[in-house]
Design a protein around this ligand. Structure first.
Ligand SMILES: C[S@@+](CC[C@H](N)C(=O)[O-])C[C@H]1O[C@@H](n2cnc3c(N)ncnc32)[C@H](O)[C@@H]1O
Length: 278
């Protein structure tokens, strides 16, 4: 019982705790066989060697123990890029593509200069750079390992127009720099949120997830400091928790931003808020 189809079927039934069991087992098997997913559907009767079988069972055990697929296979697709992923930062989420879409709506032919705060794998900056080859992007992260990871992702995806820098938010950014777009998906989870004990986040660093002040501290700092770095008419775009949209819109309005609004992610939650600096 070791054809591709049988193996996938039995593995899926063992992954009781995953909402994406079928996809998980397909990705793990593709990793073992070094193949595309289409191969699995084209050759369902193909028998696996003992070596491949053994390798797959080891990966499956890690997934059954809760480890995210992206950590097991060390990569995750985001936008139309494949990004290396490790435990130094967040695994890029499909929800964050909503933020990229909003940025593209604001600047259909590209922003001139954009800044990504808390870049992690480089996901947002690299997606925007791939869409806007003539935009100059700067992307920062506090974590040196994340900065090195983002740089490897830049090279692997052959993207030229992003520079990565280690910085605590704006601290290392030249005070004379001006951007017409600032984007950020900062840590925003309340440190006492029970969701931190569930699913993939258990394997991600708290430095990428939690913020003081009930999760609002980093969002507040970014809203307060962004105006010093935005051109007149420039936009600030923030990802936040599904219960934080009203708070973030209030922060933006109080700070003097205009055209303040939010947008729903693919699950229908208001997870992105944005505004223009007048
Ligand atoms: C929620 S993750 C987002 C990662 C990536 N932008 C994404 O959307 O997949 C937040 C990132 O902010 C970084 N971070 C945390 N505190 C920071 C700070 N003070 N300055 C800059 N980056 C920080 C973390 O290291 C982490 O990579």
């Amino acid at each position: 019982m070791n054809s591709i189809a049988e193996l996938l079927n039995s593995a899926r039934q063992q992954l009781l705790n995953s909402d994406t069991a079928q996809l998980d087992v397909e990705l793990l098997l593709c990793h073992c066989l070094e193949c595309e997913r289409s191969y699995l559907f084209t050759w369902p009767e193909k028998q696996l060697s003992d070596q491949h079988n053994e390798h797959f069972q080891k990966l499956l055990e890690r997934r059954i123990a809760g480890e995210p697929v992206a950590h097991i296979i060390a990569k995750r697709d985001f936008w139309d890029l494949t990004l290396e992923v490790n435990s130094s930062t967040l695994i890029p989420r499909p929800d964050t593509e909503t933020l990229v879409e909003q940025a593209l709506d604001y600047f259909p032919s590209g922003a001139a200069a954009a800044l990504d705060l808390g870049t992690g794998t480089g996901a947002i900056a690299l997606a925007l750079a791939s869409e806007w080859p003539s935009c100059k992007l700067l992307a920062v992260d506090l974590n040196a390992e994340a900065v090195a990871l983002a740089e490897r992702n830049r090279v692997a995806n052959n993207i030229q127009n992003v520079r990565f820098l280690q910085s605590s938010w704006f601290a290392e950014i030249d005070p004379g720099s001006r951007f017409n777009l600032i984007v950020s998906n900062p840590p925003y989870i309340d440190p006492i949120d029970p969701h931190l004990q569930e699913g993939d986040v258990r394997f991600e660093p708290l430095s990428a997830l939690i913020a003081g002040d009930g999760g609002m501290a980093d969002l507040k700092l970014i809203v307060q400091q962004a105006p010093h770095y935005l051109d007149s008419g420039g936009y600030l775009l923030l990802e936040h928790g599904y219960q934080q949209a009203a708070l973030v819109r209030e922060l933006l309005s109080l700070q003097g931003f205009v055209d303040v609004a939010s947008r729903e992610d693919i699950a229908g939650h208001e997870r992105i808020s944005f505004a223009r600096w007048p």
